[in-house]
Design a protein around this ligand. Structure first.
Ligand code: ADP
Ligand code: MG
Length: 551
């Protein structure tokens, strides 16, 4: 039981069985856990990075080299490990790519902070120094960036290729196929807001069906709906479709209150049913009058209404998700109608083709050949679920990279070159700052170099040797874009090799890594209630977790 001394008297503040680690000990433990988590995904960085296979309690298998996915699937329980998982998640959400980079840098920021703490540097000085370094790092990134716009197709292709190159997805042709689709999709949904280009990735729908092969993955200029046509009598395919989207139930609303209807004779029953049927027929007539030949309904469609719709030659799909309705609207120009009395020809959207097709044994409705759609679908195929899942993750990364490049309009060279440049300029700045913060800024610089070091390591090159060569090259004026050429095992000009990455991805990686590190360093008291364990035997941690590891 933890006790607290106050004014000479003792107060019991923590419940029975609570666990508490204080001060330096808490920091030491937390840093070790954070570093251990980052170390796990280190080997996945870059095109020579390896995959991880994760098996859940239920035996589901995930094979991936996506940092965010690995951390998520690991189901880490330690609170500090969770902070690092959040770094990956934030990176994924904000920019879509660079998750491994962000977590690895966070790991080294933590470890280097640990070393400074051991040397007696107070946490506050480290936090200040890291904050200064993080702002400066972004300035440096901006200063070494080049410009890119939505029209620079060649540059966008390179950025996409580098992003997908680190996923182990198929051969060159397959990767080219996927990156072409990703670029087209992003460009298609891009809208201009003044000078700025905005891209809402929510309007790139990713629909996945296992079966076929990766190369069958296609871009649909419109929306793919995982539903079937409501009635077998309806047309299976309609060219030049006029599309209505309805937030209306094509059913007779059942009365809420218990209105009793006395039916005493078969004639009365007949009349009652006829009345219902007429109401449903009226609904269908209103739809037909608008000249719609395809309707997507968010709610239900009564059997009788289905029958009349079939007779009118109208294709109908019911219980369509609200999010899909929005996408159909964006793709076809249809306006969502909430009352059939309001439905008119002006509300209809258009598509070159709406058709139901059988995919791997299931019916799906393709709304395609839309003219300049502001919402599109990428239909992902892969022979196994694992493959299709990894294709999806790769596409998310590539689309994130392209979007980041277009939105900020800047890119830097990769292969660790930008990180080396950051480190060198940060060290220069550190000497100007002086004091204890200087040490922290230097530690920050060392941490960014973990990227070229890890890339070199993955290629079987000597990391330290490579670092020395790169630093010396970067001292010269034309050496700025030299990085690790992992396919020839030497250092090369990354701009010439076409190894380029969006600046925004790097900004975000630095920000989230720094923020997570600082928030961990601020903790000097870990209190956990019975059952959870913040100390060494971190729940969910693999063996070997803890300890700072080698350089
Ligand atoms: P992340 O999750 O951080 O995006 P990746 O596994 O995608 O991690 O690896 C990205 C790193 O790999 C970047 O530092 C990038 O510059 C580097 N990289 C990618 N392709 C190459 C290449 N052809 N040569 C050298 N480095 C590369
Ligand atoms: Mg990547």
């Amino acid at each position: 039981m933890a006790e607290n001394k106050l004014g000479g008297q003792q107060y019991l503040v923590l419940p029975e069985g609570a666990n508490r680690i204080l001060g330096r000990e808490a920091q030491r433990t937390n840093i070790a856990v954070g570093y251990a988590v980052a170390s796990i995904i280190k080997t996945t960085l870059g095109p020579k990075g390896m995959d991880k296979m994760l098996v859940s309690e239920l035996g589901d298998i995930v094979i991936t080299n996506d940092g965010a996915t690995i951390l998520e699937e690991m189901n880490v329980e330690h609170p500090i490990a969770k902070i690092l998982v959040d770094v990956a998640k934030t990176q994924d959400k904000e920019v879509g790519d660079g998750t491994t980079t962000a977590v690895i840098i966070a790991g080294d920021l933590l470890r280097n902070a640990g070393n400074l703490l051991d040397q007696g540097v107070p946490p506050a000085a480290i936090i200040r120094g890291y904050g200064m370094a993080s702002s400066k790092a972004k300035e440096i990134l901006a200063s070494i960036s080049s410009n890119v716009t939505i029209n620079d197709q060649k540059q966008l292709e390179k950025i996409a290729q580098i992003s997908i190159g680190s996923k182990n997805i198929g051969d060159d042709q397959t990767m080219k196929h996927l990156t072409d689709i990703a670029i087209k999709a992003v460009k298609q949904v891009a809208t201009k807001e003044g000078e700025k280009v905005k891209i809402d990735k929510d309007f790139i729908k990713l629909e996945k069906k296992e079966g076929g092969s990766i190369i069958d993955t296609e871009l649909i200029n419109g929306v793919l709906i995982d539903k079937e046509i409501a009635h077998p009598g309806m047309p299976k395919s309609i060219k030049n479709a006029n599309i209505a989207i309805l937030d209306v139930a094509l059913e007779i609303e059942k009365t809420e209150t218990e209105a009793k209807i006395e039916i005493t004779s078969p004639e009365q029953m007949q009349a009652f049913l006829a009345q219902e049927e007429k109401m449903l027929k009226d609904m269908v007539d209103k739809i037909a009058k608008s000249k719609a030949n395809v309707v997507f309904v968010q709610k239900g469609i009564d059997d009788v209404a289905q029958h009349y719709l079939s007779k009118a030659g109208i294709m109908a799909i019911r219980r369509v998700k609200k999010s899909d309705m929005e996408k159909i609207s964006k793709a076809t120009g249809a306006r969502l109608v909430t009352s059939l009395d309001d439905l008119s020809t002006e509300d209809l959207g258009h598509a070159g083709d709406v058709a139901e097709r059988k995919i791997s044994g299931e019916q799906m409705v393709f709304v395609e050949k839309c003219k300049d759609p502001k919402s599109v679908t990428i239909f992902i195929r892969g022979s196994t679920k694992q493959t299709a899942d990894e294709v999806e993750r790769s596409l998310v990364d590539v689309m994130g990279a392209i979007t980041s490049a277009i939105e900020l309009g800047k890119y830097v060279t990769g292969g660790g070159s930008a990180e080396i440049e950051m480190a060198m300029q940060l060290r220069e700045m550190a000497t100007d700052v002086g004091g204890r913060e200087q040490l922290a800024i230097q530690a920050f610089a060392d941490a960014t170099e973990v990227i070229p070091k890890t890339l070199a390591d993955s290629a079987g090159m000597d990391p330290i040797d490579t670092l020395v060569q790169l630093r010396s090259k970067h001292k010269g004026k034309s050496g700025r874009s030299f990085g690790v050429d992992i396919f020839t095992n030497k250092i090369s000009d990354m701009e010439q090799l076409g190894v380029i990455e969006p600046t925004k991805v790097k900004y975000q990686a630095i920000s989230s890594a720094t923020e997570a590190t600082v928030s961990i360093l601020r903790i000097d008291d870990m209190i956990s209630s019975k059952g959870s364990r913040p100390s060494g035997g971190a729940g969910g941690m693999p063996p070997g977790a803890g300890g700072f590891g080698e350089d």
